[in-house]
Write a protein that binds this ligand. Sequence first.
Ligand SMILES: Nc1ncnc2c1ncn2[C@@H]1O[C@H](COP(=O)(O)OP(=O)(O)OP(=O)(O)O)[C@@H](O)[C@H]1O
Ligand SMILES: [Mg+2]
Length: 371
Amino acid sequence: MASVSLESVSKNFGTHTVIQGVDLQINDGEFVVFVGPSGCGKSTLLRIVAGLVAATKGAVTIGGEDVTDVPASKRGVAFVFQSYALYPHMSVARNIGFALETLGLAKDAISQKVSTVARMLKVDHLMDRRPRELSGGQRQRVAIGRALVRQPEIFLFDEPLSNLDSDLRMEMRMEIAKLHDDLKTTMIYVTHDQSEAMTLADRIVVLNHGRIEQVGTPQQLYHAPDNRFVAGFIGSPRMNFLAVSPQTGANIGRISGPGNLSIAMVANNPTGPIAEIGVRPEGLRLVAENEGRITCTLERVEDLGHEHFAYCRITDDTVWVIRLASAPSMDKIGKSVGLDFADAAIFAFAADGKRVLLKGSSSGPAEVSEP
Ligand SMILES: Nc1ncnc2c1ncn2[C@@H]1O[C@H](COP(=O)(O)OP(=O)(O)OP(=O)(O)O)[C@@H](O)[C@H]1O
Ligand SMILES: [Mg+2]
């Protein structure tokens, strides 16, 4: 097990800066998940930790030792990729044990380690099969087994489950969580999947254009995002936003906006001028036209069985999504309706995207725990 520390790490490919001055401390035994839009640098940052890509600037420390110039094979890390690329001509057992063969370990020792790992990953009944004779989930288990058998100090996963169907993803997600509970090895995991990030992570790192937007527990990022980007990125469906016309200066008293939006802000006591508000789909209620805080047109309802999503148009280019437990009456479609929400459901943002704290709103790690 080992801690990982990145100090002012940057990476350029030619003139293109892909990682920009990243500072990050990962604790020994921690499960950290990198998320962010496609191309934001998640894989590159993971590869910098692994030693597969050299940082242009900055330092990488593993277990207190500066490994910036240490090759990948000497860093004590094991990597599991999205495309697991097993050796097609080798059996499951040899695929798992191959890294130990190349290290020159004795046959008996290899076979013992391979059986332990195979039992743990429930592929011990498949030892003689070739990869093409396995299901996607079994192949992915073998790929994880191949990493596991090396007893690395750090596991790095780059979207390991994205080729699997949703049932298998869920099953493998539970197994990776269990693996971490059992081994307590430091793990860094890249994913596009919100549920994977929220359920697996001790802490999530949100990346955007090669910079860290925020690092925090899943709950911190969901309840107390630092800025509009994180607020919009964490949560599915994403947070609804609306540009508003705030009173500025000493008179921050009321925010008004499209859809007859009018919120008295006196009681909320914002810390600065507000350019945009946000409310999550689960923070909204559909009410009669004149009973809500915003008026809009109900355009569409999606029925997912256990929940419903209503789509309400506020302006030509703003549609809000509402998560409902039961279906609204279908004769409301195309009609004007109201949306209501509690003060506590309102997130507010300044023109530069920074979150504006409102009285009573969750303000982040330090203050969340205050009585
Ligand atoms: N070897 C390379 N040479 C040049 N540019 C590269 C190289 N590897 C990555 N990039 C660029 O660096 C940026 C970050 O790539 P990276 O693969 O880290 O993104 P990502 O966040 O993992 O994206 P995705 O979610 O699509 O996997 C992209 O713009 C990509 O095109
Ligand atoms: Mg990637």
